[in-house]
Write a protein that binds this ligand. Structure first.
Ligand code: IMP
Length: 428
């Protein structure tokens, strides 16, 4: 049975929640392997809409064990509030597992995130302000606090003091802020310890055993390929690895255990925050995509920047993730355009370029070269098979598939759980 990775092939917000939830019924474990509550999944189940930020979307599927892997950064206050929010709506969350090695986002990480952005001024990244970058920075600097530290008060105190010794110098001397008191942070963290304890587990052992036993394990990436700290549009990226390799390090499973890597690809493109975006639209088409597509961030409430589909990016995602399939989402949003432009290559300094340039300066200068594809006006939300789609919608999907370098195995034709056309099963 397969171990699948499901990740965003663009800049995030491709509709991963729907894809994971669609598979949820047949999946035994859904694992988050990076990021934190900067992610935002909207999952629609029946007439209920759930907005999740930290919890894996599989938490809504009975029978599925949701896992927060070691590569995730966990804000304990957010974790507990998402859990109690779901419990109030009758969702059983008792199966959740949280890695003892996951790092904790503390109030000083969110403070540092916000003051750093303010300090950067016009050069800011446009972070979600959730403390993600500073928490990963502490992890790499070896001054992070892990979930397991909550269960040894003396170690926790030493670690918080060590982290704050340095940070308080920066906060006070550079940012002119009041120093943060270690004792208050320790006290706050300890209030979460007992509530989180039932979920804490050796998740790498459990997941490797599950794969060996033939269980279906789904690794769910947050953000997207172009927001990857190594392979994205650095520095306008998040601070972790949403790309496929991140599933291995962020969950503690070897690459030989992964059988399929599925890229979620929106039928157009969006991005939140700052950074280059060659197909971005500033006209009524961009506004229409934003309105029809409901392109407003689940986590921050910010309007998303919108543009046409970019095949250069899709090809790049296929390459750096080793994608075996695509799940094309939100095709219905494109209904009604007479012609739909698709970016097939870039023009950079007068030259045609087919692949994503590795140079940041080149990418900033990239101008999209468009091919016009004929649109359709029929409602496609009731389509159950590929053949139910209007001919032009079929041709649009086929053209994207050819340009993007991997088969499109599922198509989202509406926001509801059942509004999906399955072409090849991800579980075969
Ligand atoms: P951070 O992850 O909060 O540090 O933000 C870094 C960049 O990633 C910013 O441009 C954010 O807008 C973007 N970002 C973070 N999480 C998401 C997401 O789930 N979807 C889309 N963009 C995101």
């Amino acid at each position: 049975m397969p171990a699948l990775v499901l990740l965003g092939a663009q800049w995030g917000d491709e509709g991963k929640g729907k894809a994971t939830d669609l598979l949820g019924g047949s999946v035994d474990y859904v694992v988050r392997y990076q990021g934190g509550n900067n992610a935002g999944h909207t999952v629609v189940v029946g007439d209920q809409k759930y907005a999740l930020h930290l919890l894996p979307s599989g938490i809504l599927s009975p029978g599925c064990t949701p896992v927060i892997g070691n590569g995730v950064v966990v804000d304990p206050a957010v974790l507990l509030s998402e859990l109690s929010g779901l419990n109030e709506r009758g969702v059983d969350t008792s199966k959740l597992l949280v890695s003892g090695n996951a790092h904790l986002i503390t109030p000083y990480h969110t403070t540092v995130d916000k003051v750093t952005e303010r300090f950067l001024g016009s050069r800011k990244i446009g972070t979600t302000g959730r403390g993600i970058g500073p928490t990963y920075a502490d992890k790499i600097n070896r001054v992070g606090i892990r979930v397991q530290d909550l269960y040894d008060e003396s170690i926790l105190t030493q670690k918080v003091e060590a982290a704050l010794d340095f940070k308080n110098q920066i906060l006070a001397k550079l940012y002119n802020r009041r120093a943060i008191e270690a004792g208050a942070i320790v006290e706050e963290l300890l209030t979460y310890a007992e509530q989180i304890k039932p979920y804490v587990a050796d998740t790498t052992l459990i997941l490797n055993n599950a794969i060996d036993e033939g269980k279906v394990v789904l690794f769910e990436g947050g953000q997207g390929t172009l927001l990857d700290v190594d392979h994205g549009t650095y520095p306008f990226v998040t601070s972790s690895n949403p790309t496929a390799g991140g599933a291995c390090t962020g969950a503690g499973v070897g690459p030989t255990k992964i059988s399929r890597v599925i890229g979620i690809l929106k039928a157009y493109t969006t991005r939140v925050g700052a950074g280059p975006f060659p197909t971005e639209l500033f006209d009524k088409d961009g506004e229409a995509l934003r309105t029809i597509g409901g392109e407003r961030g689940v986590t921050t409430g910010r309007d998303r920047r919108c543009g046409w589909f970019d095949a250069v990016i899709a090809r790049y995602a296929t390459r750096v993730n080793g994608l075996t399939d695509f799940f094309l989402t939100k095709l219905d949003v494109l209904t009604g355009w007479e012609q739909i432009p698709v970016c097939v290559a870039y023009e950079i300094d007068g030259k045609r370029v087919e692949e994503l340039p590795y140079s940041q300066s080149d990418f900033h200068h990239a101008k999209p070269i468009y091919e016009m594809l004929p649109g359709w006006s029929e409602d496609i939300t009731k389509a159950k098979t590929f053949a139910d789609l209007p001919k032009n919608a079929q041709a649009y999907v086929k053209a994207l598939e050819e340009m993007s370098g991997a088969p499109i195995s599922a198509i989202g034709v509406g926001p509801g759980r059942t509004e999906t056309i399955e072409i090849n099963s991800f579980l075969s």
